[in-house]
Design a protein around this ligand. Structure first.
Ligand code: ADP
Length: 473
């Protein structure tokens, strides 16, 4: 393991201009991991300058060759899967199987977009004689990418692969605590033949490095994934600069279960929905809406399954100390609001996990919809359940939220599933599963969950802008 984690700028490891480092901590045991560059404005400027210098050549690189490089990056991610998973486990504490799945998914992003390098095409418009009008999609140039700590490699790949495929260059800032896999990705990409300067990573705090990226005059678009509060701060700078943003923010997503559903399947999926990645995913299903006639029975079944999850094996720790503290504040709040903890409700009681940031999978059953624990994103393995009476009631409860990222519906009535998919204010609706789909599936939010779309072909539209060319002859 290297002694310190440095920035990756212009195809090389670069110590920060500040000469300052923070210490990474493994959240599963509290042990220090690696010293992480705490960069400043000058490092961002250096990275953006390197990116800008490489932008024209990359944009005009033969597209088939761009695709081949992206394919080689995908191969290289797979060849180094064990190493990448080790780094991700060290930074986030998540179960190794989860990390390996995310590594494979990261490779899949590069593979998918490698095959689509020629896709963003334009139209020919036949308006007048002696005119030839066509549209074409062009890269923005330097894209700023800011990622969170919950799924670090995956979030990096999700943005970088389509950005590069469409001929952009990237300056990426991972979350301050979890940059090891992003730096490893940049190194692998260089070794796979990505030209220097096309993909740069600057490590450091959001308030300095993140702000400097969004504010830099040569950054032409920003893709941000994180909290609403930080998304708003990023949005204010982007508004001043009039640059486009993709914002992928939080959620308090509803999972609706009707009495005609396959209840065994629905119960298993309901657990996966709120406990995967210890609830630290924006698309977690943390509001379980259950038809009143089966509410108590069904929620007991969900609690039984969730009660079998082993902290430390099936459920990882909270990834950062502030997140650990926040979840505990919600446990206190739940007590003050008079919620009934059917399961969990405190930090882990397993002595062997006492050095880590573990909390118990938790279910508050039959809460009321105006409680803060039923409305706010907790970002931990914490589920609230609420009974509903009929379809109309279910939709109204699901939409009674500031957020609108995803929703689930479990029913055997396909007409009802389609009506609900139509009525739900969310970017994604899952029917009889809790799955955000593969890399091909566009992903993004309504309301305070953000705007713009990542993933799928749709992302390529967000990493390019349209030019109309009018030729009069
Ligand atoms: P959390 O509060 O869960 O850590 P954030 O939204 O603050 O989530 O973090 C997501 C990413 O945004 C991280 O990379 C973080 O460093 C970065 N970030 C934090 N504050 C800012 C900011 N003011 N401007 C730009 N990026 C920021």
């Amino acid at each position: 393991m290297p002694a310190s984690l440095e920035n990756w700028i212009d195809g090389a490891a670069c110590p920060p201009s500040t000469a300052e480092y923070s210490t990474g901590i493994n959240p599963s045991n509290g042990k220090p991991t690696i010293d992480i560059a705490a960069s400043g404005d000058a490092d961002v400027h250096q990275a953006v300058t390197a990116a800008r210098r490489s932008a024209d050549a990359w944009r005009h690189h033969p597209s088939a060759e761009r695709g081949r490089i992206l394919h080689r990056i995908a191969d290289s991610i797979r060849e180094n899967a064990d190493h990448l998973a080790d780094l991700e486990v060290e930074d986030t504490g998540k179960p190794r199987a989860t990390a390996l799945g995310e590594v494979e998914n990261s490779a899949a992003y590069f593979e998918f977009y490698a095959g689509l390098v020629n896709l963003p095409v334009g139209d020919v418009l036949d308006v007048e004689p002696n005119q030839h009008i066509f549209t074409k999609r062009e890269p923005y140039g330097v894209i700023g990418v800011i990622t969170p700590w919950n799924v670090p490699l995956n979030q990096a790949a999700r943005a970088v692969a389509p950005a590069l495929a469409t001929g952009n260059v990237v300056v990426l800032k991972p979350a301050e605590t979890s940059g090891q896999t992003t730096i490893a990705l940049a190194e692998l990409a260089s070794r796979a033949g990505l030209p220097d300067g096309v993909f740069n990573v600057v490590l450091g705090a959001g308030s300095t490095v993140g702000t400097a990226i969004v504010a830099h005059p040569d950054v032409r678009k920003v893709a941000f994934t994180g909290s609403v509060r930080t998304g708003q701060a990023v949005g204010r700078i982007a508004a001043e600069r009039i640059i486009p943003l993709t914002l992928e923010l939080g959620g308090k997503s509803a999972n609706i279960v009707f009495d005609d559903a396959d209840l065994d399947l629905a119960a298993k999926e309901a657990v996966r929905a709120f406990a995967a990645n210890a609830g630290q995913v924006c698309s977690a299903g943390t509001r379980l809406l259950v038809q009143r006639s089966i509410h108590d029975f069904f929620v007991a079944r969900v609690a039984e399954i969730a009660g079998n999850l082993r902290e430390g094996q099936d459920v990882g720790p909270m990834i950062t100390r502030p997140q650990f503290d926040q979840v505990q504040e919600y446990f206190d709040l739940a007590r003050q609001e008079g919620a009934h903890a059917l399961l969990g409700g405190s930090v882990s009681e397993r002595p062997e996990l006492s050095g880590g940031l573990y909390v118990q999978p938790t279910i508050y059953a039959g809460v009321s919809r105006d409680m803060r624990i039923a409305r706010e994103e907790i970002f931990g393995p914490v589920l609230v359940t609420l009974p509903f009476d009929d379809e109309k009631d279910a939709v109204s409860m699901a939409n009674d939220s500031d957020f609108g990222l995803v929703a689930g519906v479990f029913t055997k009535d396909i007409g009802r599933a389609l009506r609900i998919s139509d009525a739900i204010e969310a970017g994604q609706v899952f029917v009889n599963s809790w799955s955000t789909g593969a890399v091909q599936t566009p992903f993004g939010g309504h309301k305070k969950s953000g705007y713009g779309r990542e993933k799928g072909i749709e992302a390529m539209h967000h990493y390019t802008h349209l030019k109309s060319v009018v030729v009069v002859y």
